[in-house]
Design a binder for this molecule. Structure first.
Ligand code: G3I
Length: 347
């Protein structure tokens, strides 16, 4: 029989995939077959973000998120909700009144509460875990100056967790962020979560997104973070993908839109991956899964940020039209050889 990812990891941790709107609207039946066959957990890539689910105050659109939850239920999956409070993709109405003036702290807290409790309440007992707050800490460990932070102060974080817990006391609640192996961010996140726990705030764990590349982050730093977060609760690898493309963020001074030559360099594997890069890719994925298995007692879920290479956000970031290969299934929905390599690790 064909090797099946989630079966290989069944006594270790859930293995998940992020689903996009096309898939949930039934336009990608083959990809949905891959999800059913290989994954036992799902997360919504976009349809539960506040801009999608409450685009105008009090007007909720649950059409796609309902389909997402129904798909998970009919396939007996762990269903994870992403994300309740995030500085990005939050509609502007949250922060301003009818006159266009910035709302008071009290008003924003009430809006946060209504949003969280309506969304979590609708899926009470059905969505098993939530990213309550996403990306609130910067790489240097300080708080991001988001609208939530500027209007409410750091208390917006604990309030969000309280509101979510009130709406569904059984759901597991997570803080989720990127660059989580960065020592500065680690320090900030550990400090914040310790404080929340001391105050009795219901936080069950920490999500390390895991948007990795061939040369970043340093896997030893990643492990240090796993251990530090693991000491505070559950850890999930919430958004795993492995880009083979150069990262302009780390390539200081590059002007992405004007420099044609640079753009060429930005998409070096348009026609296919070279054998040597594919080998590096396999090695790197395997090394990370080895690390996850080593810490399996602490890790409750590893979720890939997408199903196949063709639908990864990495093809559109930071410029559209790149050709990346970050996931475990190729554009034809076939498992890559690395799938066998990581399954082998569980034997
Ligand atoms: O669906 C519309 C389409 O109708 C429209 O024509 C097109 C034009 O721009 O946009 C489409 O929506 C895009 C959507 O992805 C679906 O492709 C949005 O513009 C785009 O902003 C959105 O990007 C998402 C991004 O978060 C911002 O919300 C990515 O798909 C999604 O993978 C990414 O996920 C984030 C996590 O939530 C948090 N952690 C980082 C991660 C990667 O950035």
């Amino acid at each position: 029989p064909d090797p099946v990812l989630h079966k290989a990891f069944q006594d270790k941790f859930h293995i998940g995939a992020a689903l996009n709107t096309h898939q949930l609207l039934g336009r990608e039946p083959q990809e949905m077959e891959v999800v059913k066959q290989h994954f036992n957990s799902i997360v919504a890539e976009n349809c539960m973000k506040s801009g999608r689910i409450q685009p105008r105050q009090g007007e909720f659109d649950f059409s796609i998120s309902d389909a997402f939850v129904e798909f998970g239920e009919s396939n007996n999956m762990h269903i994870h909700g992403h994300t309740l409070i995030w500085h990005s993709q939050t509609p502007q109405w949250f922060f301003v009144d009818e006159e266009g003036e910035k709302v008071s702290k009290e008003v924003l807290i009430q809006r946060m509460k209504d949003h969280i409790q309506t969304v979590v309440g609708r899926y009470k007992g059905r969505v098993h875990s939530w990213d309550v707050v996403n990306e609130a800490i910067l790489d240097d460990g300080s708080f991001r100056e988001s609208e939530f932070y500027k209007i409410i102060g750091e208390d917006f974080i604990k309030l969000a967790f309280r509101f979510a817990h009130e709406a569904d006391p059984e759901a597991e609640l997570f803080y989720n962020d990127y660059s989580m192996s960065n020592p500065g961010k680690r320090k900030g996140v550990v400090k914040m979560v310790k404080k929340l726990k001391k105050e009795g705030i219901p936080i069950d764990g920490i999500g390390m997104q895991g948007h990795i590349g061939l040369n970043h982050p340093d896997i030893e730093e990643f492990e240090k973070s796993l251990e530090a977060y693991g000491a505070l609760g559950k850890v999930v690898i919430s958004e795993l993908d492995l880009s083979v493309l150069p990262s302009p963020r780390r390539d200081a001074g590059a002007n992405i839109s004007d420099n044609f030559e640079y753009e060429e360099k930005m998409n070096p594997f348009k026609e296919g991956l070279s054998t040597s890069v594919e080998a590096q890719f396999n090695e790197r994925y395997t090394a990370f899964f080895k690390l996850f298995l080593k810490h399996q007692e602490k890790i409750s879920r590893v979720t890939l940020w997408g199903v196949n290479d063709g639908n990864s956000w990495k093809n559109n970031w930071p410029v559209e039209g790149r050709t990346d290969y970050p996931l475990l299934f190729n554009r034809e929905n076939q498992p890559k050889t690395v799938v066998m390599d990581i399954i082998q690790l569980t034997k």
